[in-house]
Design a protein around this ligand. Structure first.
Ligand code: BGC
Length: 755
């Protein structure tokens, strides 16, 4: 098929016929693009900027004809939600063989945490604090995706989220801009690989630009108000990092930001993205976000909506069906310049060139369409294991922490809960081509282990995830009573997270907490496995249950990874990347907050009423950002700076930096890994800075008794901030630095940054 296409391309555009190879300079592409652009009609140009989902209806009543007809007429530049090579190739052949200029389509899909091999949800992947793992996961996802001829994913989602009510926190890296920026880069490198044209790479899409995660009250699609300083300091850095890593596409967000819908915001799309960052890829709208400018009230008809989004900088229209219809007219009337149209089309065509689509538009026959390979399944299990966060591990009726369990013959285990055997939920939100039948559940894996080790094992669902039915309690309590230990698998349903899945309550839904209480009343030791796509308010459980692990939605290898966790075949090393509140009323709750003028800790005894706190609940989180235990213990020695002094001038002008280091020791009896986290606070600055900010992290593996030194370099990137003049600069001030295992512990070292 590919050679036939190539032939058509040669016949139509002889001067573009030379194959586009990796060594070709971008100047060569640009001249080919010039030739192509010069041959296109306004309608064909607008067509390149039109994108539709193949699942959406066409024909009478939809304002659009069948996609096949539109593709042949050059009215579509991209399709998404085609999921396999046959579908892709059939549609692609219309574009390259029947359309006048034979320009290939680019196919997109939401490959968010895997294509067919589904890995843990992104919040869980982030809990690994392991960029190399994230890169391997996204590389593998890219291979499975590209083999089907789909060369573009709408990922990574790099929205900072400080509010667990927002359902899409599950797709994010959590609340921290530094970690978010590091992981954004890892995703982009994984998806896009070393060479975009090598056939196993797919375009990354940093989304949703920008501020979407700050939705007021955590309600999806809601308004955001974000000062320019906070925008630059908190919400923009992961996008900047994705763009610097080479992300070819960016998706505009649904929300308004400071009164202007992000999809029509020339400040963020124009000033920041294009002019300051020199972004050379293209911007796609979110699903109908251009048409939604009408609902936002900044456009009274489709023409105005198309014009505002396009002029602001949205190059491709996802699903609104407005660019195709409106742009030619807008250019003819002079309301939109031809130069802007050419710029947008050039960006899209350049991406197609870069992917090698003009030469290889189809799923390549030579591609190994291997899904769920042994390699992917091994990576899926590793990723799940690295995502687990041991929140609590107390002693239960003995001297040892409850976990890991000792797999001794005749150990009687009660497995209870609706998530112990629910394959679909293990996939979480956005599971692309993932199938429930691919999943090994905890129940299945535990049954296998129990049989192999001569342990006795019984299962009871106990309750549903939602709803009021308690009829399963009796059997659950009974199997717990006759067992040595009860493992409870509770939490959220996969579809209680993700898009349009904001929650006003963050506790265990339905009757699950009552089930937990009923089982706890037996007095048997309980291990609570929490499946979720967000922090949960499990305050009662934290007070009454000895061992709790956040296991997120672990993906296709959920069961094997969980069994290895329970019996200590692996040692958990995940750390939280979003703060867990005690109660929903604390949200938005995040560690890198400003101090206020009346912080609780500074209040003189007896005068703490008039401090920034709640009168009916502690102000502190249930589990802090960065928290995560291990089956061993670690000690962090006091931090020390590598030099005595540094000046702001040296940092700003000469790129000087200062090292901070500490010794980490494994003080327990097992080998294990911790994540050494470097935090700073700046005091005496022109604008108030957070009580702590993450500025570096390092995973450290230590044998029992072993110590290692960790060192972090603090330079301009770490020490500068957007100051009172809105310049990104370091200032003379006091620098406090911590190296600790979470955002709440450790002691700091202090140094004055001179003028
Ligand atoms: C979501 C995007 C997604 C798009 C395409 C939208 O509803 O907000 O994240 O990429 O749909 O499926």
């Amino acid at each position: 098929m590919a050679s036939r296409t190539h032939l058509a391309w040669i016949l139509v555009l002889p001067c573009l016929a030379a194959s586009v190879d990796a060594k070709e300079s971008s100047a060569d592409w640009e001249s080919k693009l010039d030739v192509l652009l010069s041959r296109m009609t306004l309608e064909e140009k607008a067509g390149q900027l039109n994108q539709f989902s193949v699942g959406q209806p066409t024909g009478p009543g939809t304002h659009r004809s069948a996609y096949e007809k539109m593709i042949a007429a050059g009215q579509i530049g991209s399709l998404f939600n085609a999921t396999n090579a046959d579908q892709v190739n059939a549609l692609q052949s219309i574009a390259v063989e029947q359309s006048r200029l034979h320009i290939p389509l680019i196919f997109g899909l939401d490959v968010i945490h895997g294509f067919r091999t589904i890995f843990p949800v992104n919040l869980g992947l982030a809990a690994s604090w392991n960029p190399s793992l994230v890169q391997r996961v996204s590389r593998l996802a890219a291979k499975e995706t590209a083999a089907e001829g789909i060369r573009w994913t709408f990922s990574p989602m790099v929205d900072i989220s400080r509010d667990a009510r927002w359902g899409r926190i599950a797709e994010s890296a959590g609340e921290d801009p530094y970690l978010g920026a590091v992981l954004a880069q890892a995703y982009v490198h994984g998806y896009q690989g070393d060479h975009l044209e090598d056939g196993t790479s797919i375009l990354a899409c940093a989304k949703h630009f920008v501020g979407y995660g700050a939705a007021e009250a955590g309600r999806d699609y809601n308004t955001t108000e974000i000062s320019e300083r906070t925008l630059r300091q908190v919400y923009l850095p992961p996008f900047r990092s994705a763009v610097d890593a080479g992300a070819v596409t960016v998706m505009a967000a649904f929300n308004t930001i400071n009164g202007i819908p992000a999809t029509a915001d020339s400040f963020t799309l124009g000033t920041v993205l294009r002019r300051e960052w020199k972004f050379s890829g293209f911007v796609v709208s979110d699903w109908t976000s251009i048409a939604e400018l009408l609902a936002h009230g900044i456009a009274s008809d489709g023409e105005a909506a198309a014009r505002k989004a396009f002029v602001a900088g949205v190059d491709m229209d996802m699903e609104s069906d407005l660019y195709g219809n409106e742009l030619p007219r807008l250019v003819r009337s002079g309301d939109v310049t031809l130069a802007r149209l050419d710029d947008a089309v050039r960006r899209v065509l350049r991406a197609k060139f870069t992917l090698g689509l003009f030469d290889h538009p189809y799923a390549r026959a030579s591609d190994v369409r291997e899904q769920l390979s042994a390699e992917s399944l091994a990576l899926a299990r590793d990723a799940a294991e690295e995502s687990f966060v041991l929140l609590k591990n107390d002693r239960a009726n003995g001297t040892h922490p409850l976990l890991p369990l000792l797999a001794k013959p005749r150990l009687k285990i009660a497995l209870i809960g609706p998530l112990a055997d629910s394959p679909q939920d293990m996939l979480g939100c956005w599971s692309a081509q993932g199938r429930a039948t691919d999943v090994v559940t905890l129940r299945a894996a535990l049954a296998e282990r129990a049989t192999a080790k001569g342990m006795l094992f019984a299962y009871a669902k106990g309750a549903e995830i939602v709803g009021g039915d308690t009829s399963g309690f009796a059997r659950a309590v009974h199997i717990a009573e006759v067992s040595d230990v009860a493992i409870l698998a509770l939490g959220e349903r996969g579809d209680l997270t993700g898009e349009a899945a904001s929650r006003a309550h963050l506790d265990l839904s339905g009757q699950q907490e009552n089930l937990l209480k009923a089982v706890a009343a037996t007095g048997k030791p309980i291990v609570l496995l929490l499946f979720s796509g967000r922090p949960l308010t499990v305050t009662w459980a934290t007070e009454h249950v000895p061992a709790i692990v956040a296991v997120w939605f672990p993906g296709v290898q959920a069961g094997p990874a969980l069994v290895r966790l329970l019996f200590g075949d692996m040692n958990p090393s995940g750390h939280l990347t979003a703060t867990w509140p005690r109660t929903v009323g604390q949200e938005p709750l995040y560690y890198n907050a400003l101090n206020t003028g009346r912080p609780l800790a500074a209040a003189p005894a007896g005068l703490d009423r008039f401090t920034s706190r709640y009168i009916d609940e502690a102000s502190t989180p249930l589990f802090a950002f960065g928290h995560g235990l291990s089956y061993t213990t670690f000690d962090y020695g006091p931090p020390a700076f590598g030099r005595d002094s540094i000046s702001a001038k040296a940092i700003n002008r000469h790129g000087e930096s200062i090292a901070v280091r500490a010794t980490v020791t494994n003080t327990g009896l097992r080998a294990g890994s911790t994540v050494a986290q470097c935090y700073i606070r700046l005091v005496g600055t022109s604008v108030a800075r957070p009580v702590r900010e993450l500025k570096g992290f390092q995973r450290v593996h230590l044998e029992p008794g072993e110590s290692k030194n960790v060192e972090f370099s603090l330079g301009k990137q770490e020490l500068a901030f957007w100051n009172d003049a809105m310049r990104f600069e370091a200032e003379a001030c006091h620098l406090h630095a911590w190296i600790a295992g979470d955002s709440n512990s450790g002691s700091h070292v202090e140094l004055r940054i001179r003028e």
